[in-house]
Ligand binder design. Structure first.
Ligand code: SF4
Length: 372
């Protein structure tokens, strides 16, 4: 897979330290640069007004600095905002802002497209274009914060309080860049998010889950979406490789921080995985795992062949879980009118946009209704 060129925004703090040392500059310059990039979201070196022009020129000669370009902004009646960003090489990716009382969350993408191919997900129809660099992952947060301040949403220095890695892509398929991005996002000289306010979601890349738990301290979500291998194979082809038994074993063995729980995402697809029997099986599957189940009524994407649950089914499913002592909440669908809801991300007009292939589809974007 082609790797995007090294970019100043993708450097770790140690990488910026090394760059500054190589240029023969005083160490404090590294902190200045890092803060400009990740606290203030500087799009260019010219914005770094307290760096001498000569130093900016020498940095520019060493390493490029790019920023995501806002290609589109769509605002929902419920306050949700979906941004489509264009990368320096022309890929379209998306982030979704979801304001709620007491928290402002951004759902970020980790890949342009996705290789997992979940059959209910618009992103899954795109295939994988490439991994995002850590700079492109953290820049979604910087660009969103800046834009929110412009819109008068939230307080400086950063309106966003929470992050979920549930946009386009499977984070654990882009492990190193996701890990590097997390280090920046949690760092004091960066946006300084709390690890309790950052959740990474996986479709179930079993071999990487333990490593992820050992090497990071953010929260984990797992897209489950089925209670039998037969159904999960049909919805999430990666289940053939890592079936439910292996996935649930990885969850049981996950090196969980004290007081934490795994979130299981479960997209309810009408007539596919939303029966009472499914609810009972689900409660058995997660038994013994400190867990919470998020139930997500499916957002219909014309052409994918799935439908939303019948009225009342979602509540009945939840009640079955609760009766079996499973913590379960129904996640309100957000931004449906702008195709920002789970399973709808697929950068319109981009390579994954089915309309480019002439299909009658009006919805878009991101991933993890789902999964990854
Ligand atoms: S649901 Fe997530 S893992 Fe599955 S295809 Fe969509 S983006 Fe990829």
């Amino acid at each position: 897979m082609p790797h995007a060129v090294a970019d100043l925004r993708s450097l770790s703090r140690a990488g910026v330290d090394a760059l500054v040392a190589r240029l023969g500059e005083k160490p404090y310059r590294a902190r200045q640069i890092f803060r400009w990039l990740h606290q203030k979201g500087a799009a260019t070196l010219d914005e770094m007004s307290d760096l001498p022009a000569a130093l900016r020129a020498r940095i520019a000669a060493e390493i490029p600095l790019s920023a995501l370009e806002r290609a589109e902004e769509r605002r929902s009646a419920d306050g949700t905002i979906k941004w489509t960003w264009r990368t320096v090489d022309g890929k379209l990716i998306e982030s979704v802002y979801m304001p709620e009382t007491g928290r402002k969350t951004l759902c970020v993408s980790t890949q342009a497209g996705c290789a997992v191919g979940c059959t209910f997900c618009m992103t899954g129809t795109m295939g994988l274009s490439r991994n995002l660099t850590s700079g492109e992952i953290v820049d979604q947060v910087a660009r969103a914060n800046r834009r929110l301040l412009e819109l008068g949403e939230g307080a400086p220095p950063r309106p966003l309080t929470n992050l979920v890695f549930m946009g386009m892509g499977e984070p654990l398929h882009n492990y190193d860049n996701v890990k590097a991005a997390l280090e920046v996002l949690l760092s004091e000289d960066g946006p300084n998010f709390s690890n309790r306010h950052v959740t990474v979601s996986t479709a179930g890349i079993v071999p990487e889950m333990r490593r992820f738990g050992e090497e990071t301290d953010v929260k984990l979500a797992v897209s489950l979406n089925a209670t039998t291998d037969e159904v999960r194979n049909a919805l999430m082809p990666l289940n053939r490789r890592w079936p439910l038994r292996d996935l649930l074993a990885a969850c049981r063995e996950f090196p969980m921080k004290k007081g934490r729980r795994i979130t299981f995402e479960y997209v309810l697809l009408g007539g596919v995985n939303d029966s009472d029997e499914d609810a009972v099986r689900l409660s058995r599957l997660v038994k013994g795992i400190p867990a919470k189940v998020n139930l997500i009524p499916y957002n219909e994407n014309p052409g994918l062949g799935f439908r939303a649950p019948e009225p009342g089914r979602v509540e009945a499913f939840r009640d079955r879980l609760v009766a079996a002592n499973v913590t379960a909440v129904v996640r309100r669908n957000r931004g449906r009118d702008i195709a920002a809801a789970c399973g709808q991300l697929a950068a319109e007009g981009g390579p994954g946009d089915p309309r480019r292939r002439g299909a009658d589809r009006t919805q878009t974007l991101t991933g993890r209704g789902s999964a990854g």
